[in-house]
Design a protein around this ligand. Structure first.
Ligand code: ADP
Ligand code: MG
Length: 460
C-alpha cells in the first residue's frame, strides 16, 4: 500500500481535467428556490430546496429517487436528457412549485457524474460516458445545453441551468456547506471519484491571469481518480478479464477495482477461478449461475464479509439466493467470505491511499510536522464521502479508517475526519446552483464581477 501511495502521489496530477473556481466558506446569503438533478450510475435523483434567509438555513428540502429505465442507458443521447427533464418538471408540479399560474421557471444545478471538459460553471463538453451508459451521440455534447433544450422540449423554455458539476464536486460543496473544514469530497457509489480544494497557484492547467483574478486563490480540482491507471495498481487476471468485458475497456481502471458497480463481479470471477481449480464447491457441483456475469452484487459482498455467525448462515443465504447453491459446506462458505473480504479490503485500501495522497497534496497528511523539534498537532481536515457503498457497508468504512491510520500514522489520521454525508452530492448541486445564481445576480448589479467566480460554498 505504501508503494502504491508513493506512485499515486507522483502520478495523480495528469488526471485533473477540471478546475472550478470557489471562494472559501462565508456566511450564507444564499436564499431562493432551486432544483437539482443528480445522475450517477444507479440512481437518478431530482431535488428541490428552498433556502431560507437565515444563515445556511434550508426551509424545505424534497428529494425524489427515480429509477433509470433500461432504454435510457442505450438510447440516443437526447432521450436520456428528455427523461431527466420530464422527471424534474413532473416533480416540481407535484410539489406545486412549477407550472402553476405565475410560477417562476426552475433554476437548476446539474450534477452530471461523467468526465467533462468544463469550460465554465455552466458549460462543458462530455468527454466520455462511463459505468453502464452507452448512448449514441453523447461524446462532445454540452450537458448544460442539452438539458436546457430538453427542458424547453418538455415545456419550460425559460428554465435556467446555472451550474454543472459532478458528484464529487457536489459532495465537496454539500459537505462544506455543513462544515467548512471539509477539504475533500469523495464518491464511492456506482463509481468512484474525488474533488478537493487546491490553491490556484498549484494548478498548472489554469492560466496565470485566470488564477490571478481569483479573489481567494482557491479552486476546486476534480481529480477523476477513477480513471487512474498505472503499473502500480495491484491488478489480478480477474481485473483484466472484467475490464475486457465492459463497454469502456481500458478506461476507469482504478474504479473497476474499487466501486460498487464492480466489487460483486470481481468476487464472482475470483470464486469461479477457485471453483474451476477445484478449490471451491464439490466436484460437479459448481453452481451454474456462478458463470453468469453480474450474478453477485457489491451488497452480496458486504453481506458475506459481514457474516459473523458460527455457521456462516448469511453466506449460505447469499449463495442459495444468488447462485442457487444449496447444501454448501462450511469450508466453501469460509472461502466465499474470505474472497469477499479481500475484494472489499483491497478497494478500501485503495480508497485510503487515494485520500491520503490528496491530503498530502494539500499539506494535510501530517507529514509537514515530521521535521525536527516538537511537532505541532496536525491540523484537522474533513473528508466528506457520499455513495451507496460507503453509506451501507459499515465494515468498509472501518477498513478505510484502518488504511488511513496505517499510511499516515495514528496521530495524523486522528486529525482527519472522514464523514459519511448522505445525499451530499444532490444537496451540493442545489447549493452550487444558488451560489452561481447569486453570483450572477450580484454581477449584474455590480457590473464588475470577476468572471466565473462563485461567491460562497457557505458555512452553515
Ligand atoms: P450512484 O453512484 O449512482 O449515485 P449510489 O451512491 O446509490 O449510486 O451507489 C450505488 C452503489 O452502491 C451500487 O453499485 C451498489 O452496488 C452499492 N450498494 C448498494 N447497497 C450496498 C450495500 N448494502 N453494501 C455495499 N454496497 C452497496
Ligand atoms: Mg450518487
Amino acid at each position: 500500500m505504501k508503494a502504491f501511495f508513493f506512485f499515486f502521489c507522483q502520478r495523480l496530477h495528469p488526471y485533473t481535467p477540471l478546475t472550478l473556481p470557489l471562494s472559501p466558506p462565508s456566511p450564507s446569503h444564499e436564499t431562493g428556490r432551486y432544483f437539482a438533478i443528480d445522475i450517477g450510475g444507479t440512481n437518478f435523483r431530482v431535488i428541490y430546496v428552498d433556502l431560507a434567509p437565515t444563515r445556511g438555513g434550508v426551509a424545505r428540502l424534497e428529494l425524489r429517487d427515480a429509477p433509470i429505465p433500461d432504454h435510457a442507458y442505450t438510447c440516443p443521447v437526447d432521450g436520456l436528457f428528455d427523461m431527466m427533464a420530464t422527471t424534474l418538471l413532473a416533480f416540481g408540479k407535484e410539489l406545486g412549485v412549477l407550472g402553476g399560474e405565475g410560477a417562476a421557471p426552475p433554476t437548476v444545478g446539474f450534477c452530471f457524474s461523467f468526465p467533462c471538459d468544463q469550460t465554465a460553471l455552466d458549460g462543458g463538453k462530455l468527454l466520455k460516458l462511463t459505468k453502464r451508459f452507452n448512448n449514441p451521440g453523447a461524446v462532445g455534447v454540452d450537458p448544460v445545453a442539452a438539458l436546457r433544450a430538453a427542458l424547453a422540449r418538455a415545456g419550460e423554455p425559460a428554465a435556467r441551468v446555472v451550474a454543472l458539476l459532478n458528484d464529487s464536486v457536489g459532495t465537496l460543496a454539500g459537505g462544506r456547506y455543513a462544515d467548512p473544514s471539509v477539504e475533500l469530497g469523495v464518491i464511492l457509489g456506482t463509481g468512484t471519484n474525488a474533488a478537493y480544494v487546491e490553491s490556484a497557484a498549484a494548478v498548472t492547467k489554469l492560466a496565470p491571469r485566470a488564477a490571478a483574478r481569483l479573489r481567494t486563490g482557491k479552486v476546486v480540482v476534480n481529480t477523476e481518480w477513477g480513471n487512474f491507471a498505472d503499473v502500480s495498481l495491484p491488478t489480478l487476471p480477474a481485473d483484466l478479464a472484467l475490464d475486457a468485458a465492459t463497454p469502456h475497456a481500458g478506461e476507469q481502471l482504478m474504479e473497476k477495482q474499487m466501486s460498487g458497480m464492480y466489487m460483486g463481479e470481481i468476487a464472482r470471477r475470483l470464486l469461479l477461478e477457485l471453483a474451476d481449480q477445484g478449490a471451491l464447491f464439490a466436484a460437479g457441483a459448481v453452481p451454474k449461475a456462478l458463470r453468469e456475469p453480474g450474478a453477485l452484487t457489491t451488497a452480496d459482498v458486504a453481506a458475506c464479509d459481514g457474516d459473523r455467525s458460527v455457521t456462516l448462515g448469511g453466506v449460505a443465504r447469499v449463495l442459495a439466493k444468488k447462485l442457487g447453491a444449496t447444501g454448501t459446506s462450511y469450508l466453501d462458505r469460509r472461502v466465499v467470505r474470505r474472497v469477499c473480504h479481500l475484494v472489499a479490503l483491497r478497494s478500501a485500501r485503495l480508497l485510503a491511499t487515494a485520500i491520503a495522497s490528496l491530503l498530502r497534496q494539500i499539506g494535510r497528511d501530517g507529514s509537514e510536522e515530521a521535521g525536527g523539534g516538537q511537532p505541532p498537532p496536525p491540523r484537522p481536515a474533513g473528508v466528506a464521502v457520499d455513495g451507496g457503498v460507503f453509506e451501507h457497508y459499515a465494515l468498509y468504512r472501518a477498513y478505510v479508517a484502518a488504511g488511513l491510520a496505517d499510511l499516515l500514522g495514528r496521530p495524523a489520521a486522528a486529525a482527519v475526519a472522514v464523514k459519511r454525508v448522505r445525499d451530499a452530492s444532490s444537496r451540493g448541486a442545489a447549493f452550487l446552483a444558488a451560489a452561481a445564481d447569486h453570483a450572477e445576480l450580484g454581477a449584474a448589479r455590480a457590473e464588475s464581477a470577476r468572471v466565473g467566480e462563485v461567491p460562497a460554498l457557505a458555512a452553515a
